[in-house]
Write a protein that binds this ligand. Structure first.
Ligand code: HEM
Length: 393
């Protein structure tokens, strides 16, 4: 018998405090049923990793959200990369791998570090700031679109566009309706902004168009791949950075450790991605009858993977509910695992490390001065606002 749980991962109460439900899913069994959604769910690290690696049985092409595209077509076209299986996925992925290769990201480092340092100087002059608006959003919203080669106009569309994409992976609830209402101009903007003539030469976006010139992908595919980066690359990093800032502020001993050794910035960002899991959930669809941890799963079953629960599975982590920037967080599933593992993770890590190191060098302490406000999204976890005071070193 598969345990049936009364957990609704799209309820406001769940968003406010998902941890008791994560524990319930994880501890009930390796595979459970969620009665609210009528699907299977997994929350243990071992099963999440296994499902993510087995792309032939647990496919992405039928949607990585709640809908099964075989019976319930997507609200927008499926993602050109995230919701594809090999061999199409393999070809497109190699184009993105090249455009976001380690050497490309290394070359961006001086610019990213300088931008982070300049931002910290400006914020220190102000003192009391909103850590989400003024750091977690402001920084990625400058360096990321610059690296992609986007023009300055219209960047305010990036966050609401990503918000829609990640809401669309959940049910037809009020969050999705609100996102859909503002979608048409955002989608038109994203499509325009992904065209070659809108992108700066030498940029990541232009590298994707150059791959099309070499025949590595179609000229019709290139703008859609650029668009995939617009939708996947901003809200995720904003929430990753926001998670790091929130937990470093909540746990002053961790900020003190970072201030003492800014070299811990990279580890601090990684631990924040493990601890808070900016991307909380993704789904897979069972392509043929199979078995998982002794449970029979029929073709067409949707499996919800609680990445956030796996990232705090006590079977995998010592003291998982402790935010510890000196921990070796490698092996978390916050960036996924297997063939779809985040193609932008090196860039995301550079953003996180550059910003946290710049803060660590100049800021002795961060004090929370007002109530944090949560931002609700069907897939992403993060804050809308975190008022803080920066204390200069
Ligand atoms: C902290 C920041 C980020 C987090 C937590 C994150 C998380 C993830 C996760 C969990 C996946 C796996 C999806 C799956 O298996 O179904 C993924 C894939 C992906 N990510 Fe990220 N991501 C981040 C930043 C970025 C950035 C900066 C970019 C763009 C430069 C990006 C672009 C993508 C793309 C295109 C995919 C699909 C890859 C594929 O299907 O092969 N992400 N990301």
């Amino acid at each position: 018998m598969i345990p049936e749980l009364d957990v609704d991962p799209y309820a406001t109460a769940f968003f406010d405090d998902p941890y008791p439900s994560h524990t319930a899913v994880r501890e009930a069994a390796p595979v459970v049923r969620l009665s609210a959604l009528g699907c299977h769910a997994i929350g243990r690290h071992a099963e999440v990793e296994r499902v993510m690696r087995d792309w032939e049985v647990f496919v992405s092409s039928r949607g990585v959200g709640l809908r099964d595209y075989k019976t319930d077509p997507p609200l927008r076209g499926p993602s050109m990369i995230l919701e594809m299986d090999p061999p199409l996925h393999t070809r497109r992925r190699s184009v993105l791998n090249q455009a976001l290769a380690p050497a490309v990201v290394r070359a961006l480092r001086p610019r990213f570090v300088a931008a982070a340092e300049a931002l910290v100087e400006r914020l220190l002059a102000v003192g009391e700031i909103d850590a989400i608006r003024d750091i977690a959003e402001a920084y990625p919203l400058t360096v990321f679109p610059d690296a992609l080669g986007m023009e300055p106009e219209g960047r305010e569309n990036l966050l609401p566009f990503g918000n829609f994409v990640f809401n669309s992976m959940g049910p037809d609830n009020a969050l999705l309706a609100a996102s859909l209402a503002e979608l048409p101009p955002l989608a038109a903007w994203a499509t325009r902004q992904s065209q070659r003539d809108r992108l700066r030469p030498g940029s990541i976006g232009m590298a994707i168009h150059a791959a099309a010139d070499r025949g590595e992908c179609g000229h019709d595919e290139a703008p859609l791949l650029v668009r995939a980066l617009l939708s996947a690359g901003v809200d995720t990093t904003v929430n990753g950075l926001g998670a790091a800032l929130y937990n470093l502020a909540r746990f002053p001993d961790q900020w003190a450790a970072l201030h003492d050794d800014p070299g811990l910035a990279r580890g601090a960002f990684e631990e924040a991605v493990r601890f808070e899991s900016p991307v909380q959930t993704f789904f897979r669809t069972v392509a043929r009858d199979t078995e998982l941890a002794g449970v029979a799963l029929l073709e067409g079953s949707k499996v919800l993977m609680f990445l956030a629960a796996a990232n705090r599975d006590p079977r995998r982590w010592v003291d998982p509910d402790r935010f510890d920037i000196t921990r070796n967080a490698a092996g978390h599933v916050g960036f996924g695992v297997g063939i779809h593992m985040c193609v932008g993770q090196i860039l995301a890590r550079l953003e996180g490390e550059a910003m946290l190191a710049a803060l660590a060098r100049r800021v002795r302490a961060v004090e929370i001065t007002g109530a944090p406000v949560r931002r609700y999204n069907n897939t992403l976890r993060g804050l809308a606002s975190l008022p803080v005071r920066l204390i200069a070193a």
